[in-house]
Design a protein around this ligand. Structure first.
Ligand code: ZN
Length: 276
């Protein structure tokens, strides 16, 4: 499943090719994905200029020149394929085709169809049900130790679960929560309120670093990908704790072994020796 760094990498790839371009054609090849697609979607997008390409949590936001924003979510398996020119035929599971005025063609391909699109007034985004209860962007300037502390103070759940709560911080997935807690030396089992304060100050920079490292890795992968196949996809990361059950802890000087436990139905990987 694409997590925030993958979505950000896709956003950057799309921004490079579509920002400022006019959609000369849009083809919607089925009436629904996870949810029904907006009525007359192709007709409403045709002729519109894409003024900006933003991201909020794991949503892609295409700001259009008519005051509307196309919202895209990749779901479990969605990908955006970029072609220099409109292909003669559409590949399997390419459900939506966006053609720009310079020929650049982006296809949304999703064999499991958990992805979705919506069309909403740009000015109403903040109060829309997708966004109204979302916590701060983890990479945003206003997400700092003080902000995280405010959101953890009354929480009795384990810090692992709190960081996956979209009201606390937006778009942090399981992998990145494990990695950030590992880097910060904080046990995933610790009560969230006990992380408020000094530990939150220590944790926030690690959250940002984990995400930025993944985005940087994605950026280099992205360049290769675009040259090789014209496709934006997902990439493997070099995780320090995630997926390393039974392996020696990678923290310098630590002799612990990475363990796997299940919290709220999700795997947590951590070192009980150096994460306290
Ligand atoms: Zn360790």
């Amino acid at each position: 499943m694409p997590e925030l760094p993958e979505v950000e990498t896709v956003r950057r790839g799309l921004e490079r090719r579509l920002k400022g371009r006019v959609l000369s054609d849009v083809e919607v090849r089925r009436p629904d994905l996870r949810f029904p697609l907006p009525e007359r979607l192709a007709e409403r997008l045709k002729g519109r200029r894409i003024d900006d390409l933003r991201r909020r949590a794991k949503y892609l936001l295409f700001d259009l020149d008519d005051g509307m924003t196309l919202i895209g979510h990749l779901g479990m398996s969605g990908r955006m394929n970029i072609h220099d020119a409109r292909p003669n035929s559409v590949a399997p599971h390419e459900h939506v085709v966006f053609v720009a005025d310079d020929g650049t063609t982006v296809t949304f391909q999703d064999h499991r169809r958990f992805g979705y699109f919506d069309l909403i007034e740009t000015g109403a985004l903040d109060t829309h049900r997708y966004f109204i209860n979302l916590g701060p962007e983890p990479l945003g300037e206003d997400f700092d130790g003080a902000e995280l502390t405010r959101r953890l103070t009354a929480k009795k759940t384990p810090i692992k679960a709190a960081l996956l709560d979209q009201h606390v911080v937006a778009g942090l997935g399981n992998i990145y929560v494990c990695e950030a807690l590992f880097r910060a030396g904080i046990s995933p089992k610790r009560s969230a309120y006990s992380v408020a304060g000094a530990r939150a100050e220590r944790l926030v920079p690690h959250i940002k670093d984990v995400l930025n490292d993944a985005i940087a890795a994605g950026g280099s992968t992205l360049r290769d990908y675009v040259q090789a196949s014209g496709e934006l996809g997902y990439f493997q990361h070099d995780f320090r704790a995630y997926g390393r059950e039974g392996a020696p802890c990678r923290k310098t000087g630590c002799t612990g072994i990475v363990k796997r436990i299940v919290q709220s139905g999700r795997s947590t990987f951590y070192c009980s020796t150096c994460q306290r």
